[in-house]
Design a protein around this ligand. Sequence first.
Ligand SMILES: [Zn+2]
Length: 153
Amino acid sequence: MWSAETVVACALALLTRSAASLPPIELVDVPPADVSTQADAFVRVGEPRIYLVTSSDVFRRAQASKYRCGDLDAHRILASVIVHEEWHVKHGRDEVEAYNAQLMTLQLLGARPGSPAYTAVWRSARAALARRKATERAPKLVAKETDGNGVAP
Ligand SMILES: [Zn+2]
């Protein structure tokens, strides 16, 4: 099993990005109580930092690669997750634009629409946007969520 640091290095290598060009990436074992248990990563409003969850399915899959950086799809997805969270750090909470940046990154990395990696992220995007639509119908709930924990998935 590869170290979490190796997995992150592999994802950054795919992006041809250095750690210094991104907000600091902090590894957490499990999502904290105020974040979805399904989250692969998250950011907190006002904190220029990306939290990556090392117990997520995709992170574990990347760590279990037979060769270093070997599971290309898992590393592609993690790379795109980092870009998604970087978008939030730089631009705010808009999920549509964060997912657009993520899906564009996947395509640049060779995961085209219809491929397993693209389809997995697309499904997450659809689910996240459906949840957002549901909360928009209950403005009190969204206000509570926004002011309450300041977390974007
Ligand atoms: Zn997001």
